[in-house]
Design a protein around this ligand. Structure first.
Ligand SMILES: Cc1cc2nc3c(=O)[nH]c(=O)nc-3n(C[C@H](O)[C@H](O)[C@H](O)COP(=O)(O)O)c2cc1C
Length: 407
């Protein structure tokens, strides 16, 4: 079973990721993981923390001579900033309260309010340290392992920014992913990108923040990942849960989910036609469903769109209350991003990778990469039995056709 965990506090010693269930024999390197972690650190609107950290994951276990061993893969992500927080984040008790950097002014839009009550804390720091999106450095490391596995099967994952505030990208039919990587706001529309950056500048100058919408697209996903048979096996449900767990994501759409509500059924549903382009005997002419029907991948690209609220921490803080006194005060301010939509794309890719890897391994299994490959090949060969001519000849569309099996 594929699963992963992360641990670590924003200003603690570092983060940890443990990835379990990746078969043996998958080529992986620290450089590969680092490349994706660096992508997460980029983006117009990031705060000063990203200049301080140069994220990399040191692999502690599960990989030998460049190949996974089938055992848990554990990774360590150091926080360079910890040197400035040794006492505030000390494991051992600290006598001098002034050195603990205690926070008492609750920050609206953060985990602070429910967290202090739930965990009975008279200091917000134990809550804010873990709820911080710094956690996603370790999550992207875990996602990179899943992604490397998926690449072995031709599955690729991309992402781009659709909107920042009210500025909407005009998305070309064919997205130039290299150009998106070069765009400071990960936007496929250079004109919109300029306007987005100007808006981020305006927010910075005015003590404000911006949110937006980003899209994650996975291509090469075989038909049949996920299942319609139980609520917690549905691929769209798993993607939504994973994406919603990204800090500040407040909405998830599969395909053109929300726009579909304004159309007629006849305009929405993707027509099916015969197909010889891949192992499937049929495909869909369009992909408004975002590659998922009935909780299962249908072989079209899997597309998810996520809505991010604007960053909660404002340099012109909102009114709030002080935990100690109950007085109305300005919320606590700690250095912060202005806009997180571009880096959230990369985190969304990581989440997509982990969900697809989990469902892929549930469908095809295998303790070694070659075993997984054989299982996938067998499944895809089985699709031949649905090729219309042979199936008709066999008298049933479902009966296996010995003719096609021989090919
Ligand atoms: C990449 C990324 C960076 C973020 N950076 C910040 C930040 O610098 N300041 C901030 O207040 N919130 C930031 N957030 C959002 C908060 O972590 C998030 O809003 C908060 O933990 C509350 O969780 P919730 O919004 O999911 O309810 C960031 C989110 C992401 C995805």
């Amino acid at each position: 079973m594929f699963r992963y965990f992360t641990a670590g506090e924003s200003h603690g010693k570092g983060g940890v990721a443990i990835v379990e269930g990746i078969p043996a024999g998958v080529p992986i390197s620290e450089e590969y993981i680092e490349k994706h972690m660096r992508r997460r650190q980029q983006g117009y609107g990031r705060g000063p923390r990203q200049q301080l950290e140069v994220d990399r994951a040191e692999i502690l276990s599960g990989v030998r001579h460049g190949l996974t061993m089938g055992s848990p893969i554990s990774m360590w992500v150091e926080n360079k900033d910890f040197v400035n927080w040794t006492e505030a984040m000390s494991v051992a008790p600290v006598d001098d309260e002034a050195k603990t950097r205690r926070v008492t002014r609750l920050r609206p839009g953060h985990a602070d309010f429910p967290g202090v009550f739930k965990y009975s804390q008279h200091d917000v720091r134990p809550i804010l340290e873990r709820s911080s999106a710094r956690e996603t450095a370790a999550r992207v490391a875990a996602g990179a392992v899943a992604r490397r596995f998926l690449e072995e099967f031709g599955i690729e994952i991309h992402s781009h920014v659709l909107t920042i505030a009210t500025i909407k990208a005009k998305v070309p039919d064919q997205i130039d992913w290299e150009a998106v990587e070069q765009s400071p706001v990960r936007c496929a529309d250079p004109e919109a990108a300029k306007a987005m950056m100007a808006h981020v500048d305006w927010c910075r100058d005015n003590g404000n923040t911006a949110g937006g919408v980003f899209e994650v697209i996975a291509t090469g996903v075989p038909v049949g990942l996920g299942s319609h048979t139980q609520w917690d096996l549905k691929l769209d449900g798993l993607i939504a849960q994973g994406m919603m767990s990204i800090q500040a994501v407040k909405g998830v759409e599969i395909g053109t989910g929300f726009a579909n509500t304004e159309l007629l059924g006849s305009q929405v549903h993707d027509i099916i036609e015969p197909w010889t382009g891949d192992a499937r005997p049929f495909h869909h002419v369009t992909n408004r469903a975002g590659g998922i029907e009935g909780g299962m991948s249908n072989g079209e690209p899997v597309v998810a769109r996520m809505a991010l609220k604007p960053i909660s921490t404002l340099s012109k803080p909102l009114p709030s209350v002080d935990l100690d006194t109950g007085d109305v005060v300005q919320a606590h301010y700690e250095r912060s991003d202005i806009c997180q939509v571009p880096p959230a794309c990369v985190i969304g890719e990581a989440v997509m990778a982990t969900v697809l890897a989990k469902c892929f391994l549930e469908k095809f299994g295998g303790d070694h990469l070659e075993e997984t490959r054989r299982n996938l090949r067998g499944f895809l060969e089985g699709l031949n039995t649905f090729r219309p001519k042979q199936a008709m000849a066999a008298g049933s569309r479902l009966a296996p056709n010995p003719e096609s099996e021989r090919r």
